[in-house]
Design a protein around this ligand. Structure first.
Ligand SMILES: [Zn+2]
Length: 588
């Protein structure tokens, strides 16, 4: 149940690792010198672009190999100081490449016949999307001096505000009385009590949590105003129509797609409200679900799996989809690509790291034998399979944007969930559906409330800073609109803007709708799979393999799917709505 990293390096002091560290440093220096010497004139454009891309591909192979070795080592042993030093060193060194990259962007922007240049080389044609995107994004660059100034000022601006917010929430202690004893507990511990079986504890934890935010609300509000203010200023200076436009461009999405998705989401809200009201009823509430019971566990089933059983269950059900997927998963289990054993010093949760350079992946999870753990493994294997489909692409053509990153993972999770439902007892069906709907509700309904909040925040922040009271009111309004009568309007969460870190990333705004996109795109593909049968499988692999070199709408259109039409999103939501109907019918 532990992974093997030998395919990357034997150990930090090995001659392979040390040699690559040296080469990596040399590559950085060479790229900088080369860029300075070559991006000053516009002669020999084909040759220059080819050389620069080649150098980048080479550098990133080396860099990601070194960095992955450090990061993966650290993820299973937080006390590995050597690994930590390596990771920090590499990350700091990589920032040196920002300068040649900006030079390249500017230089490409000045070429007036870029399309013609690209068309004259097969190598460049392969990277058409990558190069055109660089040119497009380059239009929003400021002058070199301004860019340097902005980068430096961010360290004392948005980055400093983010750090402050992180500090506030990570050191915030919540006063709570448990079993007659007054305690001061960290915020995540108290928030986690939302999943407790004890109903009184869930309520008490929620009340204590809300109370604790009063201690940091003013400072959090100042951080939020500071960050969003800077984002608005920069977005205007760079010439974006709006902050949302920039996020959409970074996501390789367009407004039409977002509108189509939101239309379908809003239409489906009443069905989600029925789910919440049903859950409320089952928990004994009359006026919809109180916020503190959103995550209340329901049903009392124990579906236990040994690791071996989990592996067999996954491989067998993946095979009902395709041999390639099943063989990939079996290979990952057998070749030591998965670290599933929980142990001291290892980080929590789960992730998948795709190692493009060696055409392998490594998966970390903390397997305890629940159905949820099996589902998580399937999810991460989905990420790995996505990487597998990208193996034959160059490094520069294998980088996909956030909204499409969860496609393969959620698709695999769906396969496993459907399989588990087939052989399950009524009690088990209830538990599986409930936990899946709880998750979907977060990604559709809660994410919609966050989108509404952020949209209003940007609109009003332009006029000036917002007070804590205003932020609270806006959050409540957004929750009422999204959750409708599903939630009890007297028991909402006015401080969600304090507790979610996503609002505090200066570089990633509207860090919400991509989650909904991810879930719904995967579900929509699953709906297509149900319709098209085996014909779908080849097209699906093909789709995954081009996710790094097309806009998302173009990726989808290769399968004849039009994501600018609400109908596609309706078919995605239909899958979840069917689950809601099944859930409601069950306990009748
Ligand atoms: Zn994921």
């Amino acid at each position: 149940m532990r992974w093997n990293l030998d395919a990357l390096y034997p150990y930090f002091d090995s001659s392979e690792f040390q040699g690559d560290m040296k080469r990596c440093e040399e590559e950085i220096q060479e790229i900088i010198q080369w860029a300075e010497a070559n991006f000053t004139t516009h002669d020999k454009p084909v040759e220059k672009i080819e050389v620069y891309m080649e150098r980048q591909n080479r550098f990133f192979h080396l860099y990601t190999r070194l960095l992955s070795f450090g990061e993966l080592s650290l993820s299973v042993n937080a006390k590995d100081e050597r690994a930590l030093r390596v990771v920090e060193h590499l990350e700091a060194r990589e920032t040196e490449l920002a300068k040649p990259m900006v030079m390249f962007q500017k230089w490409i922007g000045e070429l007036d016949d870029l399309e013609k240049v690209i068309a004259s080389s097969k190598r460049l044609e392969e990277h058409l999307f990558y190069l055109m995107e660089i040119k497009k994004n380059g239009k929003y660059l400021l002058s070199e001096g301004e860019e340097i100034l902005v980068a430096k000022m961010k360290n004392t601006g948005s980055n400093a505000w983010s750090k402050l917010q992180e500090l506030l929430s990570s050191t915030l202690l919540v006063d709570i009385n448990i079993d007659g004893e007054d305690k001061k507990l960290p915020l995540p511990v108290v928030r986690n009590m939302a999943y407790a079986k004890d109903a009184a504890l869930r309520k008490k934890a929620y009340e204590a949590e809300l109370k604790s935010y009063e201690k940091v609300a003013e400072s959090s509000g100042a951080s939020l105003n500071g960050i969003k203010g800077e984002v608005i200023t920069l977005s205007k200076m760079r010439g974006y129509g709006s902050v949302l436009e920039k996020t959409l461009m970074d996501s390789r999405m367009d407004q039409e797609t977002l509108d189509a998705m939101l239309t379908a989401m809003v239409e489906s809200l009443p069905t989600f409200h029925r789910y919440y009201r049903r859950k409320a009823e089952l928990l004994g509430h009359e006026n919809g679900l109180p916020f503190y019971d959103l995550f209340a566990p329901m049903g009392d089933v124990k579906m236990e799996f040994t690791y071996e059983e989990a592996k067999d269950f996954i491989v067998k059900n993946f095979r009902s989809f395709s041999d390639t997927l099943a063989n990939y998963a079996a290979h990952a289990f057998e070749k030591g690509w998965i670290d599933a054993e929980p142990r001291e010093g290892k980080r929590g949760g789960a992730f998948c790291s795709n190692l493009h350079v060696i055409k392998e992946s490594r998966i970390l999870s903390n397997f305890t034998g629940t159905f949820n753990d099996v589902s998580t493994l399937a999810h991460e294997l989905g990420h790995g399979y996505h990487g597998h489909c990208l193996n034959d692409e160059t490094y520069l053509n294998s980088d996909y944007p956030m909204p499409i990153a969860e496609t393969a993972s959620i698709f695999c999770e769906t396969i496993i969930q459907k399989a588990a439902l087939k052989g399950a007892s009524e009690e088990e069906v209830f538990a599986i559906l409930e936990s899946s709907l709880m998750g979907a509700g977060q990604v559709i309904v809660d994410i919609y409330s966050r989108f509404l909040f952020e949209r209003e925040l940007f609109k009003r922040r332009e006029e000036g800073s917002l007070s804590v009271e205003e932020l609270k009111e806006m959050m409540i309004r957004a929750q009422k609109e999204a959750y409708g009568n599903g939630l009890d309007h007297h028991v909402l969460h006015p401080y969600m803007w304090v507790c979610k870190p996503h609002y505090y990333y200066g570089e990633a705004n509207y860090y919400n709708f991509p989650y909904a996109f991810g879930l719904l795109f995967a579900k929509g593909l699953y709906a297509e799979y149900m319709k098209r049968g085996t014909k779908f499988i080849k097209e699906y692999d093909q789709l995954l393999s081009i996710t790094g070199k097309k806009s998302i709408a173009d990726v989808a259109s290769t399968m004849g799917i039009d994501i600018r039409q609400a109908d596609f999103w309706r078919s995605s939501l239909k899958i979840i709505e069917d689950d809601i109907e099944a859930f409601i019918a069950l306990k009748k």
